[in-house]
Design a binder for this molecule. Structure first.
Ligand code: PBG
Ligand code: ZN
Length: 341
C-alpha cells in the first residue's frame, strides 16, 4: 500500500471493513429481513369443493375448492404461514347489479370461513371485500341508471358484505373497492354488531388504477364489462390524492393501511409510513408484478430467488411491515431452508 494512499484515505470512508462477511452484511440489513410474519398469502376460493383450477396468466397460482385448499394450506401453515387474504370466485352462482352473491349463504368465502377457522386456529384470515367479482357489470360499486358510482348505496352494500364475512369468521375485513367513506361505514356496522374488538379493517388505502392487475382479473373473473376504474381508483401520478386517501382512512378508523401495487409506488409507501409510523403498513405485490418477475426469471434475466429477495427486501426498506405476495409459499420454503442447519 502506498504512503500516498495511507495519507489520503479517510478512516470513516473505508466501507469494505464493515461488510466483509455475511454476518456483518446482515447487521446492516436487519430491518429488511423477511420472516413468515412479514408475509400474507392471497388465495382464491371457488364453489366446487374438490376442484383445483390453474390460472394460465399466473403460473404456479391456482383457485381452490375448500377441500383442496385445506390440503394446500396444511404444509404452508406448518412452515410458518401466519395470514391469508381470501378472495371468492364464482362461476355457477349468478352475478347481478348489487352483487347479491357476495354474501349469500352459498358464497364460497362465507362457506369456507368457519372451516378455515376450525382447521387452522392460529391462521389470521383477511377477506377482500368488493363487488366486482359478484356484480354483473364487474365494477367495484353499485351503479346509477346513468352508469356512475352510487357511492351511498355502494358503501352500504360493502358494509353489509363485511358484516357477513365478520360473522362467518373473518379476523380482518379488507375493502378493495375504493368507494368514499367505506372504512367508516364498515367500522360503524362492526360496532353496531358488537364486533369492533375482534374484527379489524385493513384498508386498501392507496390503491392505484394500474396496468398491473390484468392477471388477477382473469383469476377472479372480475374484469369490468365496460369502462375502467379510473373514477374510483387513484391516478398513478397522484401522490397528493394518495396521501389524502391515507389521511381519510386513518380518520375513519382503519387499523392497517396498504399501498397497491408496490413496485411502481414505493415513494407512496415511504411517504405514508413516514406520516403514520404508528400504523403497520401493508404492500400488495399484485398479479402483474408476480407474473412479470416470474417471466423475467424464466427468460434468464435473473435468478428468481436472488432477485425476489432483493425486491421484497426493498419493500421492507421503504417501510413495508407486511408484504402480500403470491410468492409466499416459495419464500416460506427458502426461509425454512436458511434456518435448517
Ligand atoms: C378487486 C381487486 C383487484 C385486486 C385485488 N382486489 C383488482 C382490481 O381492482 O381490478 C388486484 C390484485 C392483483 O392484481 O393481484 N377490487
Ligand atoms: Zn373490485
Amino acid at each position: 500500500m502506498s504512503e500516498a494512499y495511507k495519507k489520503m484515505v479517510q478512516k470513516k470512508h473505508i466501507l469494505h471493513s464493515s461488510i466483509f462477511n455475511q454476518t456483518m452484511r446482515d447487521w446492516h440489513s436487519l430491518k429488511t429481513e423477511i420472516t413468515p410474519k412479514n408475509l400474507m398469502y392471497p388465495v382464491f376460493i371457488i364453489e366446487a369443493e374438490n376442484e383445483l383450477q390453474e390460472i394460465p396468466s399466473m403460473p404456479g397460482v391456482a383457485r381452490y375448492g375448500i377441500n383442496k385448499l385445506k390440503e394446500y394450506l396444511t404444509p404452508l401453515v406448518q412452515k410458518g404461514l401466519t395470514s391469508v387474504l381470501v378472495f371468492g370466485v364464482i362461476s355457477s352462482l349468478s352475478k347481478d347489479e348489487s352483487a347479491t352473491n357476495a354474501d349469500s349463504p352459498n358464497n364460497p368465502v362465507v362457506q369456507a370461513l368457519p372451516l378455515l377457522r376450525k382447521w387452522f386456529p392460529n391462521l389470521t384470515i383477511a377477506c377482500d371485500v368488493c363487488l366486482c367479482p359478484y356484480s354483473s357489470h364487474g365494477h367495484c360499486g353499485i351503479l346509477t341508471d346513468k352508469g356512475h358510482i352510487d357511492n351511498a348505496r355502494s358503501i352500504k352494500r360493502i358494509a353489509e358484505i363485511s358484516l357477513a364475512y365478520a360473522k362467518a369468521g373473518a379476523h380482518i375485513i379488507a375493502p378493495s373497492d375504493m368507494m368514499d367513506g367505506r372504512i367508516g361505514a364498515i367500522k360503524s356496522i362492526l360496532i353496531e354488531n358488537d364486533l369492533q374488538n375482534t374484527v379489524s379493517v385493513l384498508s386498501y388505502t392507496c390503491k392505484f388504477a394500474s396496468s398491473f392487475y390484468g392477471p388477477f382479473r382473469d383469476a377472479a373473473k372480475s374484469a369490468p364489462a365496460s369502462g375502467d376504474r379510473k373514477c374510483y381508483q387513484l391516478p398513478p401520478g397522484g401522490a397528493g390524492v394518495a396521501l389524502r386517501a391515507a389521511e381519510r382512512d386513518v380518520e375513519e378508523g382503519a387499523d392497517f393501511l396498504m399501498v397497491k401495487p408496490i413496485m411502481a409506488y414505493m415513494d407512496i409507501l415511504k411517504q405514508v409510513k413516514d406520516k403514520y409510523p404508528e400504523y403497520p403498513m401493508f404492500v400488495y405485490q399484485v398479479s402483474g408484478e408476480y407474473s412479470m418477475i416470474y417471466g423475467a426469471a424464466q427468460k434468464g434475466v435473473f435468478d428468481l430467488k436472488t432477485a425476489l429477495m432483493e425486491i421484497l427486501g426493498s419493500y421492507r426498506r421503504a417501510g413495508a411491515d407486511v408484504i402480500i405476495t403470491y410468492y409466499t409459499p416459495l419464500v416460506l420454503d427458502w426461509i425454512a431452508l436458511k434456518h435448517k442447519l
